[in-house]
Design a protein around this ligand. Sequence first.
Ligand code: 13P
Length: 235
Amino acid sequence: MIIAANFKMHLTPRKLATFAATLRESLDSRLQILLFPNTACLANLPQCPVRWGAQNAYPAQNGAFSGEIGAEVLESLAIQTLLVGHSERRALGESQDFCAQKCRFYAELGFTLVYCIGEPHDVRARGRESVRAFLDAQLQDIPLDYPNLIIAYEPIWAIGTQAAGMEQIEQTHADIRALCAERGATPPLLYGGSVKPNNARAILSLSNVNGVLVGSAALVVSDFVQIMQAGLQAL
Ligand code: 13P
C-alpha cells in the first residue's frame, strides 16, 4: 500500500522537519510512504526513512534551463523519485510529449516515477467513454512496463474540492487497469483528489486502488497519519 504526499509550494524546510519528526513515530513497514516536498527542501531533508521525491525535474543531466532542476543535482542529493505530469504542471504548459520525454529520461536513470493523469470537468461530464479516451491519450508513449512506474489518477475537478465518488473511482481505476493491461503492464494505481482522513479508508478499500496521493490533507501531520492508519485498516 502506497501513501504519498505532494506538498506543492507548502511547508518550509523548518515546518517539514517538524512534520517528519512526528511522522517518524508512525511509520509502519506495511506502508510505502512517498513524500514530495518543494524543491528548496530537497537539499536539507530531515532524517526520516521514507522515499523522498521531487515535484518536477527537467529531462537533462544539467544545462541552460533556468529555474529547472536536472538529474545531476537530484542524484547528488540522493533523490531518485519524481512526480511527472501533475495537472498543475500540465496547466503551466507541459505537453503530453514533454511528460513522456521526462518519464523516458528518468526511467533510463532508474528513478521511481509517479506519473499523474486525470481529466478536466468537461470531459467527465461527457461520460465514462470520454474519460477513458482522455486517459488513454495521457498514457501514450509512457513506459508503462517500467517496473518503477506508479500511476496516480487525479481527476482535475476533484483536486482541492471534493473527492470523486467511490463508484467513479472504482470504474475509472478499472479502466486504467485495463488500458495498462492492453500494453502488458500492471503498475500500482494511486487515487488523488481531496483524499481526507474521513474518506481514505473507503477509497483505499476499492479494488484497483493501491494507494493515494494526498495534497492539502498532508499538510497537517496528524491528518496524514490518520490517512496512513486508514491504509493499514484497508489492507
Ligand atoms: P488535494 O488533496 O489538495 O485535493 O490535492 C491533490 C493533489 O493534487 C495531489 O497531487
